[in-house]
Design a protein around this ligand. Sequence first.
Ligand SMILES: NC(=O)c1ccc[n+]([C@@H]2O[C@H](COP(=O)([O-])OP(=O)(O)OC[C@H]3O[C@@H](n4cnc5c(N)ncnc54)[C@H](OP(=O)(O)O)[C@@H]3O)[C@@H](O)[C@H]2O)c1
Length: 266
Amino acid sequence: MKSLLSFGCGNMARAIIEGLYNKQAELSYTLYTPSQKRAIELAGVVNGVVLETLLEVPKCDYYMLSCKPQQLKELASEIKGKLNPDAVVISILAGSTVATIQDLLGVTKVLRIMPNTPALVGAGVNAFYFSDEVSASEREHLVKLFDSFSKVFVFETEDEIDKITGFSGSGPAYIFEFSRILIQKMVDMGIGADVASEMVKWTVFGASKLQLESNEGPETLRNNVTSKKGVTYEALEVFKSENMQLMVEKAIDAAYNRSKELSKNS
Ligand SMILES: NC(=O)c1ccc[n+]([C@@H]2O[C@H](COP(=O)([O-])OP(=O)(O)OC[C@H]3O[C@@H](n4cnc5c(N)ncnc54)[C@H](OP(=O)(O)O)[C@@H]3O)[C@@H](O)[C@H]2O)c1
């Protein structure tokens, strides 16, 4: 059985580790957090072991960096030189480049992942970028592990990870924001808040499921709901006249620029 040690057990790491555990991945888990609380909680859920200090780091097959990007330097100063040199270091940190991780930790094999929070419900998207040193069999095993509880996309260049961060990483927030606006408007128009919230959740879920299961693209699916001069048509005309496409494109560009900035400064 392969072993994984996670440095940090926050929302994202927990979603990934629980996802792996729920799909009965052949993995043992060692968990570390400075305050211990979240490591102890997660260890209880996934039958893991808590690492109490970083004085010594056990030899594992995979190490997962799961702290915030701004906490990486402090973590690296404590673990540099203590990791199994043959292990693959998996980083879920937004913006921290493979070169930075290699440099700070003195390692070569790195898998940079951009996950997203729907991993919590077994419906995550994980974008992968491997450093050259990760072998074909290691790549295959890691893709298989993460594919068990999410959809994995492997990218060949690191810049693509910065590009997709604003789509799959941030994407759930766009959907939640759109949902919030719809719920608020329903409430303003006199619909009860609970009903509004349930209806929006089911509408978003239903549209996603239809999109996933249909052979048609989003344009056709949209047209199927839109009769000329009908209700949906009127709403979409407002999206067009207010140039919603340009607004979304600008938002994506801003996310990409921030992603590149973080990569540069990390
Ligand atoms: N949330 C998202 O949607 C999302 C999406 C994509 C990528 N990410 C990436 O995922 C990473 C974690 O995000 P999160 O939302 O899970 O953060 P979080 O909930 O704040 O969790 C951070 C974890 O790191 C631990 N930590 C803090 N300092 C540490 C140190 N020096 N050494 C080791 N562990 C340390 C914390 O320990 P304590 O429990 O003791 O405080 C905590 O368990 C970030 O780098 C982020 O860029 C997040």
